[in-house]
Design a protein. Structure first.
Length: 194
């Protein structure tokens, strides 16, 4: 009898745990698939040409539905800045970070990312040179923005458009990425592009 009990414990219990675990994974994958489908529906409803909600939503907890204000802020950013910029640029623009529900190491606790008002992007080839060209193009098109940050010599470009803030701030970040130093350039494009 003890031998049978050992076999049951050694075989049946792990199989049961595997089945329960597989069912849990199935539910997770099903939920992700439903979320992606819904995100594509929203993207189409908004009429975004080059960007998807899936790539703009960089939150860690994606199981929580995006609220209406965050979605409105993302829509404002895409329709007024990102889609026109991408159209003129003629190459892909890669979104590294969009709507966030966390603060990365060295990041701001008051970041426009948390409101859906900011993205960090890179130009087509993901080089500093292409990122600078993308920034120059954005400025030459006179597109609206609240803040542009030249991140560490154009390693990437931070673009913010907050409907509650009408300032056009040019900022450069320098120093250690974990503790960056932000230099306010006002509207001095020469200083900002340096």
């Amino acid at each position: 009898m003890k031998g049978l009990l050992k076999i049951l414990l050694a075989f049946v219990l792990p199989c049961g745990l595997i089945i329960v675990g597989a069912f849990g994974l199935f539910k997770i994958f099903k939920k992700r698939k439903e979320r992606k489908k819904r995100n594509m529906e929203i993207t189409k409803e908004k009429g975004w040409k080059y960007f998807t909600l899936e790539e703009l939503d960089t939150r860690k907890n994606k199981d929580v539905e995006i609220d209406a204000q965050h979605l409105a802020n993302l829509d404002n950013l895409v329709t007024k800045v990102l889609d026109p910029l991408r159209e003129k640029y003629g190459k892909p623009i890669h979104v590294n970070s969009g709507l966030r529900d966390f603060v990365p190491e060295g990041g701001s606790t008051t970041s426009d990312h948390k409101l859906g008002c900011a993205v960090d992007v890179e130009g087509g080839g993901r080089t500093d040179k292409e990122n600078k060209e993308l920034a120059e193009l954005l400025l030459s098109m006179n597109l609206p923005f609240t803040q542009l940050i030249n991140e560490f010599g154009f390693s990437w470009l931070h673009i913010a458009l907050n409907p509650k803030d009408s300032r056009k701030r040019l900022t450069r970040s320098t120093g250690d990425r974990k503790k960056p130093i932000y230099v306010q350039c006002g509207t001095d494009k020469t200083k900002w592009l340096a």
